[in-house]
Design a protein. Structure first.
Length: 566
């Protein structure tokens, strides 16, 4: 397999009032408002635009992924240590792919070349290059391990067609043709915004394992560059551990499957989006859930599970039940009937606890529209089912201002809707009483249909399916029982079973009763005594695989963490 090629390396130093783990903000700064690069809150006029954007990106990802309160382990007196060091940035490109992807090595000053360790941390979701800092950084960086990240060909390098600008290696924007851009799609209508995960033309998910392997090799190359001559370390003594969650966790598992050279020594992954042999893939169950889960909001008990309850959601739920019934998709217009469909499809009761959150945040439409475009390799102006992405004002596309688009790279999560563009849903006008339904039904039909486009989509999805054939290294898979976005019944549980059936003898499975997919929801009133964050268990899993490597033993037995007191 040909290896990735890398662009010119950009090296930056982060010491003094800056660091690798929190960009100099510390725990108090991460808890505070966003440090925007326009001279407002926490912004430093002595810092360059690129440095300010980096600080904002690290803040945004901590705020978007971690529970920074006592429930997340950050109680009275807690702190995040300052970790000085250097960063090495590059763009990488796999042979035959249209778009590059980002790689970044964070090298702490405390790194010991005599006892070298490297943690490989692909970003979760569609997040940017700093998207796994809150995941792997707190465990790895303070103990002197270097961490290498990748955005997996997704990320936050949004391209604005109105200004014809994209994002350069340092996070600042430039016009097409004036600088090397991290993402440069074909020209499109001026009001649209292209998002890398959806509009790269590469189906990046099929290569996520290769992205993670390329990142690991980049990290090793940068370590060799950083320690030449007498300080040079023995490359074969570097301990390489994969650590990631969600889509990043799936990327680590796929990298282990493809690791033909014994690069990885161990891995710990949380809530991995991975499709095991024979299991339902994300697009299948997401497109089904997008239709039926909103109907559950017609049940007041389901609605009561929202941490931000909205009475307007009750009639919206009733409307979806009625829409499904009128369309012949539901025997009767009741939440019970919708629940029966979902249960028959494999959704467990614990996963359906999150139906209200998923529906209220419109997560299923966001997932299905983005992934459909990625699988079909369509540009933003030819997305399936009439979708598009643009900055919206009262539902109409408008041009983004210079300041607004300058922040996208740092503040976006790489998905739509988010900090930046929203969805244009051309089919919404077909059913004013339930505007999301026509687009969702179309997205579902892409999976269940028999046409050429449906066949192409299913083939693309199949190219992302894992083999569950792992090397004989310690692996711990951690998943929340109440995960409603990537339910363990569809992902990690069948994956672990298949891996063991294939002979993997060092895989441990931890199921956390009381954990769901989004740690940031845990501190909401009424939820902190109901749910627990997942990240602390991932850090415990890393402790276990590290001990397994030191003692040359398996990482311990399976665990089921009982529910929190309610």
């Amino acid at each position: 397999m040909a290896e990735a090629e890398f662009s010119t390396i950009r090296e930056t130093v982060h010491r003094g009032g800056d660091d690798l783990l929190t960009a100099g903000l510390g725990l108090a700064g991460l808890r505070g408002p966003a440090p925007t690069p326009d001279g407002s809150t926490l912004a430093d006029p002595a810092m360059s635009e690129a440095a300010l954007l980096r600080r904002l990106a690290i803040h945004s990802n901590w705020k978007g992924l971690a529970d920074l309160t006592a429930t997340g382990g950050f109680g009275t007196g807690a702190a995040l240590p300052a970790v000085p060091g250097r960063e090495f940035h590059a763009l990488a490109r796999l042979p035959g792919r249209a778009q590059p992807f980002r790689v970044l090595l964070q090298l702490p000053d405390s790194f010991d070349p005599a006892a070298p360790c490297l943690v490989v941390a692909p970003a979760s979701g569609s997040r940017g290059i700093y998207g796994a800092v809150p995941v792997a950084g707190p465990w790895a960086l303070p103990r002197g391990c270097a961490v290498v990240y990748t955005d997996k060909g997704a990320g936050t390098d949004l391209f604005d067609h109105a200004s014809d600008t994209g994002v350069t290696l340092d996070g600042t924007r430039a016009k097409r043709g004036t600088a090397e851009l991290a993402f440069e799609p074909p020209p499109a209508e001026a009001g649209l915004v292209s998002v890398p995960h959806a509009h790269s033309g590469d189906n990046p998910e099929a290569d996520w394992g290769r992205h993670a392997l390329a990142a690991a090799r980049f990290g090793l190359a940068m370590l060799e560059r950083a320690f030449p001559g007498p300080d040079r370390f023995a490359l074969d003594r570097v301990r390489v551990i994969g650590a990631a969650i969600s889509n990043g966790g799936g990327a680590v598992l796929r990298a282990l499957e493809a690791d033909e050279t014994g690069l990885f020594d161990a891995a710990a992954v949380g809530a991995p989006n991975v499709t095991a042999p024979g299991a339902r893939p994300l697009y299948d169950y997401a497109s089904e859930a997008g239709l039926y889960q909103p109907c559950l909001l017609a049940d007041p008990e389901t609605l009561a599970t929202l941490p931000f309850g909205n009475p307007a959601l009750l009639p919206a739920g009733r409307q979806r039940c009625q829409t499904l019934h009128a369309a012949g998709l539901l025997a009767e217009a009741t939440p019970a009937a919708a629940r029966a469909v979902l249960r028959a499809g494999g959704f467990e009761p614990a996963a359906l606890e999150q139906a209200a959150v998923n529906s209220a945040l419109d997560l299923w439409r966001a997932v299905a529209a983005l992934y459909a475009s990625a699988y079909l390799e369509t540009p933003v102006d030819a997305m399936p089912c009439g979708f598009g992405a643009a900055v919206l004002d009262d539902g109409r596309p408008v041009a983004a201002g210079p300041q607004q688009r300058s922040l996208w790279w740092a503040s976006s999560s790489g998905v739509v809707p988010g900090a930046g563009p929203g969805w244009i849903d051309a089919l919404a006008a077909d059913q004013p009483a339930d505007p999301a339904f026509p687009g969702l039904r179309c997205l579902r039909a892409l999976w269940t249909g028999q046409g050429e486009r449906s066949a192409k989509l299913r083939t693309a999805v199949e190219s992302t399916r894992a083999t569950a054939r792992l090397p004989d290294v310690p692996v711990v898979v951690v998943h929340g029982r109440q995960d409603g976005l990537i339910p363990p019944a569809f992902s990690s549980r069948p994956y672990v079973e298949a891996a063991r059936a294939n002979g993997a003898g060092q895989v441990a499975w931890w199921e956390i009763d009381g954990a769901q997919h989004f740690d940031v929801l845990v501190p909401y009133p009424g939820l902190s005594n109901r749910y627990r964050p997942l990240l602390p268990y991932l850090w415990q899993a890393l402790d276990h695989v590290e001990k397994a490597l030191e003692t040359d033993t398996a990482p311990g037995p399976d665990r089921v963490i009982p529910a929190v007191e309610r």
